[in-house]
Design a protein around this ligand. Structure first.
Ligand SMILES: *Cc1c(COP(=O)(O)O)cnc(C)c1O
Length: 365
């Protein structure tokens, strides 16, 4: 294999169990949109459901159908907004949908669809849903018209802001959502907590199920969570090693000069594999436990790293290179640092290697 993403499934389960403790044993809805953040939706969902996770959330109809076609029988909620033809498909396939406008409700009523819906309330995210003031009218409409409301939910926009203003904003969002607590006996699920909410606002009463995304992988925003375990590690191999005999330009555009006598290695991953262009001259890889800076522009299929003297004699062609890991994401200083963006950007050419007890049991691509 040229490049691969190792996923420690037992640590994923360890993290899920910790998350469950943190939210006082409320149910967990695992958010597995975008191919489960790049970790492979089918295998992640299969494994999680075998370990007691009952509900899953995806972004769109195709993602939900992929899970259905893979034989997943758990509850699935689509977080995006569907149009009439798509609502019909969700209805036929017992997939729960998000409702964020009156047109959807009127369509469901007119066609007497039994599709399970979750009413989306915008408490301050500024993306989808009804305003809280309108929410009660929406819910009454559903109850009067025998529309199958399974949930009411909202989304936090700044629960991982880590400052007082952000935290005040989050508390306001949670407070606005609390007016819907009165429906808790009429709908199955009330939910607002995402990873930031789960880890930082789990003391507040807010719903009976939580939507766990990035925290399953041991992170909150771009930070590692102390009592969670490492789940992922992206690796490749050294393709070439050279010590330069003169000052030499490295990569496209002649933007980096390696000095006479210094050593570089070329490794088998580029931006098409998910090493963001922005990492050029900013991030590092780990070889033989040493940090090696990425030098010069990252290419589509390869990039170059500087080899410190200390490991020069320990490496050879084929030596393993750690390219993306939680500690690297935490440490690098790039302008648009976003762990979700980095993880979902891991490319299709990168194999997914699922491990249990430290041993691979499945390799997919
Ligand atoms: C993506 C998403 C989540 C999960 O967010 P994390 O921060 O990764 O936990 C939860 N809810 C909604 C509506 C989302 O779009």
């Amino acid at each position: 294999m040229r490049a691969w993403l190792e996923i420690e499934m037992d640590n994923l389960i360890f993290n899920i169990n910790k998350i469950r403790e943190k939210v006082n044993n409320r149910e967990i809805m695992a958010v597995v949109k975008a191919n489960s953040y790049g970790f492979g939706a089918k295998e992640t969902v299969r494994y999680l459901s075998e370990h007691g996770v009952k509900a899953f959330a995806v972004a769109c109809l195709d993602e939900a159908m992929d899970l259905k076609e893979a034989g997943i029988e758990n509850e699935i909620l689509i977080l995006g907004i569907l149009f009439p033809e798509e609502i019909e498909v969700a209805n036929e396939n017992n997939i729960q949908i998000t409702v964020g406008n009156w047109k959807q409700l009127e369509y469901i009523k007119k066609n007497t669809l039994k599709v399970g819906i979750h009413i989306k309330i915008d408490t301050g995210m500024g993306r989808l849903g009804f305003l809280p003031e309108e929410g009660e009218r929406v819910i009454d409409y559903c109850l009067e018209n025998a529309i199958n409301i399974m949930g009411i939910y909202s989304h936090l926009s700044d629960a991982d802001g880590f400052n007082k203003e952000s935290d005040d904003y989050t508390e306001t969002q949670i407070k606005k959502f609390q007016i819907f607590e009165k429906y808790k006996d009429r709908v199955k699920y009330l939910h607002i907590l995402n990873s930031g909410g789960i880890l930082r606002f789990n003391e507040k009463i807010s719903g009976n199920i939580v939507r766990a995304g990035i925290c399953m992988y041991g992170m909150i925003a771009n930070y590692r969570v102390e009592d969670l375990k490492r789940v992922f590690c992206v690796k490749t191999k050294i393709l070439s090693i050279r010590t330069v005999e003169d000052d030499s330009f490295i990569s496209y555009g002649r933007k980096y000069v390696l000095h006479k006598g210094e050593t570089f290695a070329t490794i088998g991953m580029g931006y098409a594999d998910g090493i963001k262009k922005e990492f050029s001259n900013k991030s590092y890889v780990i070889i033989e436990e040493e940090k090696c800076p990425i030098i010069g522009e990252i290419c589509m299929d390869m990039c170059m790293v500087k080899i410190p003297e200390s490991i020069k004699n320990k490496i050879s062609l084929g030596t393993e290179v750690i390219v993306v890991r939680d500690d690297i994401i935490e440490e690098i200083n790039i302008e648009h640092k976003c762990s979700w963006d980095i993880l979902t950007g891991i490319g299709r050419r990168v194999y997914r290697v699922y491990k249990e007890n430290g041993k691979p049991y499945l390799v997919t691509r």
